[in-house]
Design a protein around this ligand. Structure first.
Ligand code: NCN
Ligand code: DMD
Length: 346
């Protein structure tokens, strides 16, 4: 897959940094907020970038591996939550409203077609297959999922979105995300597997065994990220990898949510390493595998609120910090404007 990701615009980043250094504060004292403003300038190529239209893309799909009893909830919840997203009643709807972001709900392969107006139909099948028995999907489906995500990023950008946030919904998808993370980072399944929606000790131990069995069956090759998606991924994970690539191709920054969208980011960067420069890690999920992903990508999350909901909720919260960084850059007075004395030690 040949994907061209533009390099960061160092001149734009430097111009933003110069502005921040003239504002009425000790240099660098707004810490990671300043770093965020500088990174955003580098990504967009515009030191004065603004993000008036932003969308949380919530990709939903089902997972055949739920046959192995890996989730605390039944897989019908995927469909039921898609209806909840469409009705505006889920956690992500509330937090996206607070942050002024549109919620775009996309069906990549929920077991039963939702048939709900406003839910984008990008179905690749009625959920993945059980990866402990056979590949989760065909290579053609994995490629189609990535292509679908790239196209959606292009459509959203054409519609005026200048910032994208990743979200997902899929009962069983932490098992897929753990297996993908183990495959791409080389970490042991027990290091990157967690309790998902809330497994007890016995069910958690069983889930680690499921991840181990899937890896032993497929032996996914980390040099072939699309193959990793096909054998042990998920439609929404592959779709979000594509969305990230499509955004990075257009210099659109992406706020990445938690563990599952992190696995999508890891996959995107395995396909095209240049995508990493366009990622903002919103938070550190409770899921242990998320730490492995953040380490592998060299990303430091903005928040640590012990979230494990998914849907894009951590990303929507971090959007307030992006807005804060832009407002500081644009609205603070400079030393000259405010008549404040500059540092005296040279
Ligand atoms: O984003 C996270 O880090 C996260 C951590 C744990 C669970 N989730 C959500 O919970 C669902 C997957 O959990 P599970 O136990 O069914 O694999 C899925 O819908 C995710 O959105 C999300
Ligand atoms: C109710 C519920 C809501 C969710 N949102 C994301 N994953 C979820 C899992 C469950 C079980």
């Amino acid at each position: 897959m040949e994907i061209e990701i533009p390099a960061i615009d160092e001149a734009a980043a430097a111009a933003a940094a110069r502005r921040l250094d003239r504002l009425t504060k000790p240099q660098g004292s707004l810490g990671r907020l300043e770093e965020l403003a500088i990174r955003l300038a580098g990504m967009t190529g515009d030191p004065w970038c603004r993000f008036e239209r932003r969308a949380v893309v919530v990709m939903a799909a089902d997972h055949g591996v739920t046959e192995e009893a890996v989730s605390a909830y039944p897989s019908e919840v995927t469909l039921q939550m898609v209806a909840n997203f469409a009705a505006g009643g889920a956690g992500i709807n509330v937090l996206a409203r607070k942050a002024g972001a549109q919620v775009v709900v996309v069906d990549l392969g929920v077991k039963t077609p939702p048939g709900i107006p406003g839910v984008l139909d990008r179905r690749l099948g009625p959920g993945t297959k059980n990866m402990t028995r056979e590949p989760a999907m065909t290579r053609a489906q994995a490629e189609a999922a990535v292509a679908t995500g790239r196209e959606l990023a292009a459509q959203l950008a054409a519609g005026g979105a200048t910032l994208l946030l990743t979200g997902e919904m899929g009962i069983g998808n932490t098992t897929a995300a753990s297996t993908v993370t183990a495959a791409l980072t080389g970490r042991a399944p027990r290091e990157v597997t967690g309790r998902g929606t809330g497994l007890d000790d016995a069910a958690f131990a069983h889930k680690v065994g499921v991840v181990e069995r899937a890896l032993a069956l497929h032996r996914p090759d980390p040099a072939d990220p699309v193959g990793v998606m096909a054998s042990v991924g998920g439609f929404e994970i592959a779709g979000l990898a594509g969305l990230i690539l499509g955004a990075a191709e257009r210099r659109v920054p992406v706020i990445v949510d938690g563990f599952i969208t992190g696995a999508a980011a890891l996959t995107a960067c395995a396909i095209a390493p240049g995508a990493r420069a366009y990622l903002i890690a919103s938070h550190r999920s409770v899921e242990p595998g998320h730490g492995a992903i953040l380490d592998a990508l060299g990303l430091e999350p903005l928040l640590d609120l012990r979230l494990r909901l998914g849907e894009g909720t951590g990303a929507a919260l971090a959007l307030h910090l992006v807005d804060a960084a832009v407002a500081i850059r644009d609205e603070m007075a400079t030393f000259d404007e405010a008549g404040v004395s500059e540092r005296t030690d040279g």
